[in-house]
Design a protein around this ligand. Sequence first.
Ligand SMILES: [Zn+2]
Ligand SMILES: [Zn+2]
Length: 268
Amino acid sequence: MPFRCNKCWKPTERTGNAYITTCSHIFCSQCGDPLFAGGGTAECPACHRILAGRDVQLMELSPGEAFQRMACWGLEPETILEMVNNALEFYAYQKQNEVVYASFLSKKVESKATQQERVYSDKMVEGQNSVNTLNRQIDTLRQDLAAIKQESQELQSQVSEKERQYAKLESGYEALRLKYGGHEVSSLPLSSPAPTQPLSRHRDVLRLIPPPSGSSLGTLPPVPTSTSSTRFPGTPTPARAFSSSLFATLKRPDTPHLLNRVVRKGGL
Ligand SMILES: [Zn+2]
Ligand SMILES: [Zn+2]
């Protein structure tokens, strides 16, 4: 398992070279060359110790078989054990640093995940609030729609009632037209007694109907209380003039509405 550079924490190349310091740190060529290639003093990027030229060694990480076989030749066993012990301590220290670095990365990722979770949680709360607001608006719109429907039904029933009243007035108007129409009135004998009671009722109607501009209905002749047989044939009697005026008034378009007022008052 390759070592990791103590500055950039990238794995070193097995077949390449690396800078190893007396403070037990290792750096890749890309990080170590600018610092140690000149051979002068430099500061260790990991522990900030000042290193002289002999404190830094450019080592081959995968020495050849001949070097491995002959590296300790000619040395005393104590020296060989010391070299092996130093190498194992360096290996253990580097692996311990890698564990610390992995723990640091883990905490960094965990902190970022916690921050992202908080952001998403805030977004969720904001989205839920928006949904609640929209639900309240939907409820309000539903209530408004129900009120509009109820109002529409009430208006519809009022229209139906008005139509029923209008039909009733139309039938009453038709009956009056047939009863007091120009043909029937003009065919009455001049000597026949005047229909005092019905005419007096229709004078009430005519009082409620304002005369049109230029009309002479405002000066209706008085209701005849008696007939005269001494008039010449063809001469308009007061009863004939009143009937003609009544007929003209009943043909006016606003007469059904005014008749309705009389009907409600009990006049007809
Ligand atoms: Zn590096
Ligand atoms: Zn160091």
